[in-house]
Design a protein around this ligand. Structure first.
Ligand SMILES: Cc1ncc(COP(=O)(O)O)c(C=O)c1O
Length: 495
């Protein structure tokens, strides 16, 4: 659905940066909601500002796209939603309904998924730090545990012995060779040392005799397709080796990191980066607060560094990204999907961000406007930086503004959105946003596609601010009243 001006009950929705913007892709549910400004206003009145609004349709659509791809290759597969990307329980409930699993990264994520009715066999525990109670819960519920280091092998094995259980484990591998260079990771067992360790220590009559090695796991930092091809290829080699040594290797889990495409236009994405560099060289007006280079900087009159944000524009993303990997040829010249089938190995994925692409928005209320000493307009929103923050240097999607009563004679105003923490750096977006009029107090700002890592990953309660409410749109049809939204904890199955 295209975003043009919308007027309904005198509320007007406009995208920021009509020209020279970074126009986000928006699912029809978002467009339809933004056209109902009064409803959003009521939701903020009821639940406070900001509110996160979630919708389950895109989640289902994204699951369906991965499934379709796997089925087209006739590949044994399992999809686990990486819950760290968003804490809402509704995604767990929906995962159960859709028949996928959950990748859990903490005891609470694991316990909640079990409480909500997910079977242990549909869960995987991949936490970076695994405590005794976490492991006990996993073992009691037959959850596959992904082992990261020798101490974990020891602890898992000893708890399994205490409980007189056996445990399905996958070993996390890192240090893959790509183009003659070794990738570094602090996670997992190094590929050059993992085999002697496994062959010597894991299995019957060995040190770790309660562990059933059923698979291999990797999660690579970053989003390189090439690195994933190399890692999958090298894990396949390990799997063959372990199978011939008598281990029952059933899966390779390639973790997450599947790219999302957030933006509509490649041209906008490229010209933004050009303008950012020109502004740093003082050849163009600033596009960011205090000319923040977002990773670029000027050294000896030249631009150095690289953009330190998520790569928001990606032509190959989602299922197409995965397809590129599985249809590539490994080092022996064979197609990886064919090799997986030949070896009867299930390919597992743990997408977080890409499974909830288009599933959430964050809406906040304008509280004040002011001009700073250099004449820039600062628009204070009733939210704080932790409520929309990821490891990306900035969230490069144009926000939408919902004016309550926009006088047509007002003039274009460029603004920065500021937050409630007592930090100079509490800027919700570092990018300057051009608006058709200065917002008024009580107008709303909508940040789209925030479900993946933006709304929850770094949220804090500093200053004793309450965490934002998470509302789940319960209906597939155009939502019309506040009754169509439930607070996440109370949300029931959708469908
Ligand atoms: C083990 C593991 N699996 C899955 C994911 C999810 O990655 P993404 O949200 O990029 O798909 C992560 C993210 O850090 C991870 O560490």
């Amino acid at each position: 659905m295209q975003h043009t001006d919308r007027k309904l009950n005198q509320m007007t929705c406009r995208k920021g940066n009509k020209y020279q913007g970074l126009t986000p892709k928006t699912h029809p549910w978002m467009a339809s909601l933004m056209a109902q400004g009064n409803l959003l206003k009521e939701l903020i009145t009821m639940h406070g500002s900001p509110v996160n609004i979630l919708h389950m349709d895109p989640f289902e659509e994204n699951i369906a796209a991965y499934r379709k791809l796997f089925r087209s290759f006739n590949l044994k597969h399992k999809i686990y939603f990486a819950r760290k990307a968003n804490k809402c329980k509704s995604f767990v409930r929906q995962a159960i309904r859709s028949g996928i699993g959950i990748d859990t990264a903490s005891e609470r994520e694991l316990a909640e998924a079990l409480d909500l009715g997910m079977h242990g066999q549909d869960l995987v525990l991949t936490s970076a730090i695994k405590t005794r109670t976490q492991i006990e819960l996993a073992i009691k519920n037959k959850v596959t545990i992904i082992l990261d280091n020798v101490d974990e092998c020891h602890l898992v094995n000893s708890i399994a012995r205490e409980f007189n259980h056996r445990v399905d484990v996958g070993v996390r591998v890192s240090g893959f060779q790509v183009n003659g260079e070794k990738l570094y990771s602090r996670f997992g067992f190094d590929i050059d040392r993992v085999s002697p360790f496994i062959l010597k220590n894991i299995g019957e009559n060995k040190t770790y005799d309660r562990l059933d090695l059923t698979g291999l796991h990797f999660h690579l930092n970053g989003y390189s397709i090439e690195e994933r091809i190399a890692a999958l290829d090298q894990c396949l080699e390990l799997a063959k080796q372990y199978k011939s040594a008598g281990y029952s290797i059933q899966f390779i889990d390639m973790g997450g990191g599947i790219l999302v495409n957030y933006l509509q236009s490649r041209e906008e994405w490229e010209s933004f980066q050009l303008r950012l560099k020109e502004s740093l060289m003082k050849k163009a007006p600033p596009v960011t607060f205090q000319n923040n280079g977002l990773g670029y900087r000027v050294l000896d009159g030249k631009i150095t560094g690289s953009l330190d944000t998520y790569p928001y524009y990606n032509e190959i993303h989602g299922a197409a990204f995965l397809k590129k990997i599985i249809m590539s040829r490994g080092s022996h010249g064979k197609i990886l999907a064919d090799e997986l089938k030949k070896e009867n190995i299930q390919l597992r994925i743990e997408p977080g961000r890409s499974l909830i692409d288009q599933s959430g928005i964050t809406v906040a209320r304008v509280v004040h406007r002011k001009q700073d000493a250099v004449g820039d307009w600062l628009v204070g929103l009733e939210m704080n930086m932790s409520q929309m923050m990821s490891s990306s240097a900035d969230f490069l999607l144009d926000p939408f503004i919902i004016y309550q009563n926009r006088a047509t004679n007002q003039k274009n105003t460029a603004v920065y959105f500021t937050g409630a923490y007592c930090l100079e750096r509490d800027l919700l977006l570092k990018r300057k946003i051009a608006l058709p009029a200065l917002p008024e107090i009580g107008d709303l700002v909508v940040f789209v596609n925030t479900a993946g890592y933006m709304m929850h990953f770094f949220e804090t309660e500093a200053h004793r601010f309450a965490l934002a409410k998470n509302l789940v749109a319960s209906s597939r049809i155009i939502t019309l009243t506040t009754n169509d939204f439930m607070i996440d904890d109370q949300a029931s199955y959708h469908g």
